[in-house]
Design a binder for this molecule. Sequence first.
Ligand SMILES: Cc1ncc(COP(=O)(O)O)c(C=O)c1O
Length: 363
Amino acid sequence: MIKAREEIKNIIPYVPGRPIADVQKEYGLENVIKLASNENPFGTSEVVKKALVDYINGGLNIYPDGNATDLKEKLSETLKLSPENLLITNGGDEALTLIAQTYINPTDEVILSEYTFTRYTDSSTIMGAKINFVPMKSYRYDLDGILNRINENTKLIWVCNPNNPTGTLLTEKEVLNFLNKVPKHILVVYDEAYVEFAESEDAIKDAYNLFKEYPNVITVKTFSKIYGLAGLRVGYLVGQPDIIANINKVRGPFNCNVLGQLAAINALDDKAFLKKVYENNLKGKKYLYEVLDKLSLPYCKSQTNHIFFETPMIDSKTLFEEMQKRGVIIRPMKGNYSRVSIGTMEENQEFAKTLVEVIQNFK
Ligand SMILES: Cc1ncc(COP(=O)(O)O)c(C=O)c1O
């Protein structure tokens, strides 16, 4: 047998939210809802859809612009940045992989929090890094704990804010205080995939500017969440030009497809769609808080489009299976913790009804 690299021996392939069609087939169900992958339940902007259909009618035979020039220009105008500060990626996920491939050596160490996005672990492990996990404090990143774990081998720190899966937020003050203490030779990857859903006044809304004050910070953004383009795979990185130029060397020549680039350009301007998604998400979140309160189930107040909750009477794998049998897909986490994405109000109600039904059997 041909031996693969040692570093990938213990990698468990990423387990995405279970697809609706799989669950329909397995349980013979017609109606299944998926609240497992923090997708946008309000679909995709009509403006974007029209632009895509018009483009497809002209054919898909031409390679994309590998540099994604038009999208970079649009982002430059929108964010008041230079195109040199931007790199377009195949979703935020590719951004994470490219950063790891560009910067992590096998002897390096990285620091990340317990209960954060699992792809930080995978992309670092694949590159041979040693991972230092820092326990959370009250389901929030322990930034002092992270600072205490810095040693001479530390190369990179992954920060997800607001965090997936807990939905908790680090305030602007906390982040700046932290960045002031991180030595400048350590790369800080600041992933704000969910920031557009944050309602707190204390959230940093323009973290893409952090690199100006902190040249060791690189910000990861995605069009998969509030923009509703998860299926097209578009994300981007914002950082200082030499970091962007290095990562660009590792990027594949046509990493972001034509439709993704076009959709992202159009999505940025559809403010009405973004407002609708934000407001509905907020309503859905409040409704689900009430449901969880009534059931006396502990949960974290969320600044994202998902809620991390605990079912003390039932472990998350069993809950997942029992919900799935009844046509509701959620995401099991460790132990008794689960994560549910905010859906449309009908989906939220269906989730609530099914949750009540399942946990009644486990009292
Ligand atoms: C924290 C975080 N970062 C990045 C991503 C990657 O998203 P995408 O690759 O769809 O842009 C996700 C996806 O769920 C996420 O939760």
